[in-house]
Design a protein around this ligand. Structure first.
Ligand code: CMC
Length: 429
C-alpha cells in the first residue's frame, strides 16, 4: 500500500478505498467510486462557499494565511511594494517573471498607448443618471466593451488574447475616471500618455483648467503601491467568478464584468466603503468600546476585519498603514485614523477577536487613505477593480491553458420534493 494514499472505510458497506493524495489533496472525483450499490450515484464532497476545496492548481499568487505571507510569483509583497511599480508587477503577474529593461519598455508603451476609449463608450457612459454609482458604471462599461472588440471572442488565439489584456489594463483607469467625473458632473478628461499609469489616472480624475497637469509625486506613488497590493489575491470571490464565467469560453470583457460585479459586494471589494461608513458612524474615539460591544453581541460586523484565508495580520494592511502616513503629509491627517487605530488596539486585545483570529485586512486602512485623497466612498470599489484587472486576466489565461479545467459546473444535493403530478389551479389547497 502506498503511503501517498488516504484509506477510506465506508461503514455502510464495510468496504475500504485507497484514494491517491497529490499535493496534500485528494481529487473529489475519486470519492465517486464509493457506492452502496451499483445504482448509487457515488459519494460527493459537500463544500458550500468552497471553504476547503481547491478549484485549481495555480502558479501566480501564494498566501500563507497563518503566517501572514503574500507573494506574487514567489516575490514577497513587501519587496514589490518597496522596489517595484504597478506596471512592472502587472507584467510579473501575467508572464511569470520580472521584465528586462527592453521587455518593460515595450510593455509600458503598449499599456500607455491603449488608454483611449472609443468615443461611443464616452457617450454610453454619459447616458447614465447623474448620480449613478461609479462601480455600476464601471461594470456595465467593461461589459459593453465586448461589443467594441468582437475579436476578444478568439480566446484560443494567443495574440488576440494579449491584445485584449493590454486593452483592458490600459483602459480601466479611463473608464474608472470617466465614472468619477460623471458622478461629479464634470467633463471627462482624456488620457495623457506622457504620464505614468497612476499619474495619468490622477490626471483624468483631477485635471481642470491646467495646461499641463502634474500629479503630486507622493500621491502618485501611494496610489501605485495601493495598486500593487490589490493586483491579485489567488482564488477570492471575484477571481473565482472570472474563472467560472471564463470557463464557458466567453470573451474577457464579459467575464471581467462578472468578476467586477462580484468585487462590488460589501463582503469583498465593497468592504473599504463599509469601513469608512462605520468609522463615520462611530464618529468619536469615545464611542469605540460601545461599538465593539455591539460587534461582540453579533449586532454588527467589524468591517475591515477578518479574512477567509488570513488568520494573522494581513501583510497588505501593514503596508497600507505605512503609506497612510506619507499621504497624510500631503493631504493632512484624516481624523478617522484615530478611531481606526483605537478599534484595532481594542480588537487585537479582546478575547472575541483573538479567539477567532480576526485581524485588520487590506480594506481597514485603504478607505482612510482614499478619503484623505478626496475620493468619494462610491469610488473605493472602482479603485480596487483597476489593479485587480491584471489578476483576473492572469488567472483567466492560466485557466484557459490548464488542460485539467473544463466548464465550471458544481453539483448539488437535491433536498426538494420527490416527483409529483401537476395540480390544476382551481384544485390547489
Ligand atoms: N466582525 C465580527 N465578527 C467576525 C468578523 C467581523 N468582521 N469576521 C468574522 N467574524 C466572526 C464570525 O461571526 C465567526 O464567528 P463564529 O465562529 O463565532 O460564528 C468567525 O469570526 C469566523 O468568521 P466567518 O464568517 O466564518 O469567516 P469567513 O471566512 O466566512 O468570512 C469575511 C470572511 C471576510 C467575509 C468576514 O471576516 C467578514 O465579513 N469581514 C468583514 C468584511 C470585510 O472586511 N471584507 C473584506 C475582506 S478582505 C478584501 C477582499 O479580499 O475582498
Amino acid at each position: 500500500m502506498s503511503n501517498n494514499t488516504l484509506s477510506v472505510t465506508d461503514n455502510r458497506t464495510g468496504r475500504t478505498y485507497e484514494i491517491p493524495i497529490e499535493n496534500d489533496t485528494i481529487k473529489a472525483i475519486n470519492l465517486r467510486q464509493i457506492k452502496v450499490n451499483e445504482d448509487d450515484f457515488g459519494m460527493m464532497s459537500y463544500d458550500p462557499a468552497f471553504t476547503n476545496t481547491a478549484s485549481t492548481k495555480s502558479t501566480i499568487t501564494f498566501i500563507d494565511g497563518d503566517k501572514g505571507i503574500l507573494e506574487y510569483r514567489g516575490y514577497p509583497i513587501e519587496q514589490l511594494a518597496e522596489h517595484s511599480n504597478y506596471l512592472e508587477v502587472a507584467y510579473l503577474i501575467l508572464f511569470g517573471e520580472l521584465p528586462t529593461q527592453e521587455q518593460y519598455a515595450v510593455w509600458e508603451h503598449e499599456i500607455l498607448h491603449h488608454t483611449f476609449v472609443h468615443e461611443n463608450i464616452k457617450q454610453l457612459m454619459q447616458a447614465f443618471r447623474h448620480d449613478a454609482h461609479p462601480m455600476g458604471m464601471f461594470i456595465a462599461t467593461v461589459a459593453a466593451m465586448s461589443t467594441y472588440y468582437p475579436e476578444g471572442r478568439n480566446i484560443q488565439d494567443e495574440d488576440a488574447r494579449l491584445k485584449q489584456i493590454q486593452r483592458l489594463i490600459a483602459k480601466v483607469p479611463t473608464v474608472a475616471a470617466f465614472s468619477y467625473r460623471h458622478s461629479r458632473g464634470l467633463p471627462y478628461v482624456y488620457p495623457n500618455n506622457d504620464l505614468s499609469y497612476t499619474g495619468n489616472f490622477l490626471n483624468m480624475l483631477d485635471k481642470m483648467t491646467q495646461v499641463k497637469y502634474e500629479p503630486d509625486p507622493i500621491l502618485e506613488r501611494a496610489l501605485d503601491v495601493l495598486f500593487i497590493l490589490h493586483a491579485d489575491h489567488e482564488q477570492n470571490c471575484g477571481t473565482a467568478a472570472m474563472r467560472v464565467i471564463g470557463s464557458s469560453h466567453t470573451d474577457p470583457y464579459t467575464a471581467m464584468a462578472g468578476a467586477a460585479a462580484a468585487l462590488y459586494g460589501p463582503l469583498h471589494g465593497g468592504a473599504n466603503e463599509e469601513v469608512l461608513r462605520m468609522l463615520l458612524e462611530i464618529g468619536d474615539i469615545k464611542r469605540v468600546p460601545e461599538f465593539i460591544k455591539g460587534v461582540k453581541n453579533r449586532e454588527r460586523l467589524l468591517m475591515g476585519f477578518g479574512h477567509r484565508v488570513y488568520k494573522n495580520y494581513d501583510p497588505r494592511a501593514r503596508i497600507v498603514k505605512r503609506i497612510a502616513d506619507q499621504v497624510f503629509e500631503v493631504t493632512g491627517r484624516n481624523p478617522l485614523l484615530d478611531i481606526a487605530l483605537e478599534l484595532e488596539r481594542i480588537a487585537l486585545e479582546d478575547e472575541f477577536f483573538v479567539q477567532r483570529h480576526l485581524y485588520p485586512n487590506v480594506d481597514f486602512y485603504s478607505g482612510i487613505i482614499y478619503q484623505a485623497m478626496r475620493f468619494p466612498m462610491a469610488m473605493f470599489p472602482v479603485l480596487f477593480a483597476i489593479p485587480r484587472t491584471v489578476g483576473w486576466l492572469a488567472q483567466w489565461v492560466e485557466m484557459l491553458n490548464d488542460s485539467e479545467q473544463k466548464i465550471a459546473r458544481p453539483r448539488q444535493i437535491y433536498l426538494g420534493h420527490e416527483t409529483r403530478d401537476f395540480v390544476a389551479m382551481g384544485e390547489r389547497g
